[in-house]
Write a new protein. Structure first.
Length: 94
């Protein structure tokens, strides 16, 4: 296992090789209760839908995540152009 350091806005993140490679997800499912949001990152493939990762966060953290993603999506589209969005086949999975 490597102790690779990844700089991100002045913060060094320590991780092993396996985690540093990342995971691909082409779908997502969200569940919530009063205390937390459960974000399931999924891979839809010919073999079925597979759970890639599950992240559980507080409602206030979800709000910060959405804000950060919105700002970065706006910056992305300014640099590379608009992203076409197509409807999901399954309304429960996006």
């Amino acid at each position: 296992m490597s102790n690779e350091q990844t700089p991100q806005q002045g913060v060094q993140i320590l991780t092993g090789d396996d985690m540093a490679r990342g995971r691909y997800s082409n779908n997502m499912a969200v569940a919530f209760n009063p205390e937390e949001f459960i974000l399931d990152w999924l891979l839809s493939s010919p073999g079925g839908v597979h759970l890639v990762s599950r992240i559980i966060v507080s409602p206030s953290h979800v709000k910060r995540i959405i804000d950060l993603l919105s700002k970065n999506l706006e910056r992305y589209e300014e640099q590379f152009g608009g992203i076409p969005v197509r409807d999901s086949v399954d309304p429960h999975i996006h």
